[in-house]
Design a protein around this ligand. Structure first.
Ligand code: PHE
Length: 468
C-alpha cells in the first residue's frame, strides 16, 4: 500500500539524496545570511539560540519532511492531500503544500538578487579588482555595485535563467553531478579562509563574538533614565533565530519534502537528516569563523547588514597570496551553493504543475522563473531606487519585508503544521514504518515532534508578538 513511486524519477543512490538535500540546505543562508544576521543581532547569545532551534526544532522537522515526502511520493501539495486522505483527515492539509509553493516563490525572488551579487563578484575577483583593496575601498565597491540597478538587474536575470535551466532539465539530471564535487570543494575553501582569518584577522575577538553569549545585550533593549537602567525583553532576535533555522535547513516549504519523494526506499531517514543538519551547521559556523576575525581585525562594523560578506572577504582575497584565484573560486562556489538551493525553491511548484496540469517541466519552470524575476524587481530596487523611507512598507524595504514574511512567518508556520499533522493527526504507525527507528529512539523522536517542537515554535511566536 505504501510502495508508491514518483513519476518524476528517483535519486540514483542514498549518497545523492543526502548531497542534493545538503545542496538545498547549504546556500546563501549559511554563508551570506548567517554572518550578517549574527552581526546585526550581536553575536554569541543569538548563535546559541539558533543552534538550539536547529537541534530541537530543525532536526525533528527535517525528519518529518523527509518521511512525509517519501511516504507520499508526489509534489508536496499532492503528498499532503494523499496522506491526509489515507489517515482519514481533511484534504485541507494540502494547504501546507500551497503555502510552501508561495514561500518558495517569494524567497526565490530575493534569493536570486543576492546570488546575482555573488555572480558579479566572481568577475570582480577574476579581474583583480580586490588586489590590495582597503577596508574603505571595499565598502565603496559594494555600495557602487548595489547602487547601480541595471547591473544588479542583469545578474538577477542571469541567475534566474540558470535556475530555470536546471529545473527544466529535471532536478536529477541537472543536479547530481554538480553536488558531488562542488560541496566538498566549498568546504575545503572555507577551511582555507578560516586559516587565513586565524593568521591575519583578530581571531580571538571574532571567536568570542560568535561563541560567548551575552543574553542581556542580545535579548533586552535597555535605556537609562534618571540614572536608573530599565530593560525590556525583545522577542525579535528569538524569532529571527528560529526563522533562520528553518531557512538555512530549507524547511517548512516542501523543498526537503519534494526531495524526500525522490528518495530510495531503503535509505535511513534519521541518518540522512543528521548528516544534512551537521553539514549545514558546519558550513555556517565556518563562514562565521572566516568573517568575524576579519571584521574586527579591520575595524569594520559587524552589523553592516546584507553587504557584510561582500565588504569583508575581498579584503582577505586582496591581501593573501593566490588571493585572485581563491577569491574567484570562492565566489564561484558561493554561486553554485546558491544554485543548488534555488532549484529546490521551485521544484515543489514545478512538480505540482507537471502532476496536475500536465504542463511540460520546461514550460512550468520558465513561467515560474519569469514570475520570480518580475517580483525580484522589488528587491533589485530595494538597494537603490527604492531604498528611501518613502518606499518602505511597515518600516521595511521590499527585500526586508519579503525576507521577514517568508523566513519568520511562513516557514515556521509550515513546519509547525507538518509536525502537528505527523504527531497528532496521522497514525503513529505511519511514522514508525517510514523511520524504522528502534526504541527508545523512536519514542523520543515521537515525543519531541508531538510536544517539544510545536510548543517551542508557539512560545517563540507568542514572545515575538509580545504576549509572553
Ligand atoms: N536553505 C537555503 C540556504 O540556506 C535557502 C532555502 C530556503 C532553500 C528554503 C530552499 C528552501 O541558502
Amino acid at each position: 500500500m505504501t510502495e508508491r513511486t514518483s513519476i518524476h524519477g528517483q535519486w540514483s543512490s542514498r549518497l545523492i539524496f543526502v548531497l542534493a538535500a545538503a545542496g538545498s540546505a547549504v546556500g546563501l543562508g549559511n554563508i551570506w545570511k548567517f554572518p550578517y544576521i549574527t552581526g546585526e543581532y550581536g553575536g554569541g547569545a543569538f548563535v546559541l539560540v539558533y543552534l538550539l532551534c536547529i537541534a530541537v526544532i530543525g532536526l525533528p522537522v527535517m525528519m518529518v519532511e523527509i518521511l512525509l515526502g517519501r511516504r507520499g511520493r508526489q509534489s508536496p501539495i499532492n503528498t499532503m492531500k494523499t496522506l491526509a486522505k489515507e489517515e482519514n483527515r481533511t484534504r485541507l492539509w494540502s494547504w501546507i503544500g500551497w503555502s510552501g509553493v508561495l514561500s518558495g516563490f517569494l524567497i526565490l525572488s530575493f534569493y536570486s538578487v543576492i546570488a546575482g551579487w555573488a555572480l558579479a563578484y566572481v568577475f570582480k575577483a577574476v579581474s583583480g579588482t580586490f588586489n590590495g583593496i582597503t577596508a574603505a575601498q571595499v565598502g565603496d565597491l559594494f555600495g557602487a555595485h548595489v547602487g547601480s540597478w541595471p547591473l544588479v538587474l542583469l545578474w538577477h536575470t542571469v541567475f534566474i535563467l540558470m535556475t530555470v535551466f536546471v529545473v527544466a532539465r529535471g532536478v536529477r539530471a541537472g543536479l547530481e553531478k554538480a553536488v558531488t564535487y562542488l560541496m566538498p570543494l566549498l568546504l575545503a575553501l572555507l577551511l582555507v579562509l578560516v586559516g587565513y582569518s586565524m593568521a591575519e584577522g583578530d581571531f580571538a575577538r571574532g571567536f568570542s563574538f560568535l561563541f560567548s553569549p551575552d543574553f542581556k545585550k542580545v535579548f533586552y533593549t535597555c535605556s537609562v533614565e534618571g540614572g536608573i537602567e530599565s530593560c525590556a525583553f525583545n522577542g525579535e532576535p528569538l524569532l529571527t533565530a528560529m526563522g533562520h533555522a528553518f531557512f538555512t535547513l530549507s524547511l517548512g516549504m516542501g523543498a526537503i519534502m519534494v526531495y524526500g519523494s525522490y528518495m530510495p526506499k531503503r535509505t535511513s531517514i534519521t541518518g540522512s537528516a543528521l548528516l544534512i543538519v551537521f553539514m549545514d551547521t558546519l558550513v555556517a559556523l565556518l563562514a562565521g569563523l572566516a568573517i568575524f576575525p576579519l571584521v574586527f581585525g579591520n575595524n569594520l562594523e559587524p552589523g553592516a547588514g546584507p553587504g557584510l560578506i561582500f565588504q569583508t572577504l575581498p579584503i582577505a582575497f586582496g591581501a593573501m597570496t593566490g588571493g585572485q584565484l581563491f577569491g574567484t573560486l570562492f565566489f564561484v562556489l558561493l554561486v553554485f551553493a546558491a544554485w543548488t538551493s534555488s532549484i529546490s525553491l521551485v521544484e515543489p511548484a514545478v512538480a505540482w504543475l507537471v502532476e496536475n496540469r500536465g504542463i511540460r517541466r520546461r514550460h512550468a519552470a520558465a513561467w515560474l522563473g519569469f514570475g520570480c524575476w518580475l517580483l525580484g524587481l522589488g528587491t533589485v530596487f530595494s538597494f537603490n531606487l527604492m531604498s528611501g523611507e518613502q518606499y518602505h512598507i511597515a518600516g521595511k524595504t521590499v527585500f526586508d519585508l519579503l525576507d521577514f514574511i517568508t523566513t519568520n512567518i511562513l516557514l515556521p508556520v509550515g513546519g509547525l503544521a507538518m509536525a502537528l499533522f505527523t504527531g497528532w493527526f496521522a497514525s503513529r504507525r505511519m511514522s514508525e514504518s517510514e523511520l524504522g527507528l528502534p526504541d527508545p529512539w523512536f519514542s523520543i523522536w515521537w515525543f519531541v515532534v508531538r510536544f517539544i517542537t510545536p510548543v517551542g515554535v508557539l512560545i517563540i511566536f507568542l514572545h515575538a508578538i509580545g504576549v509572553l
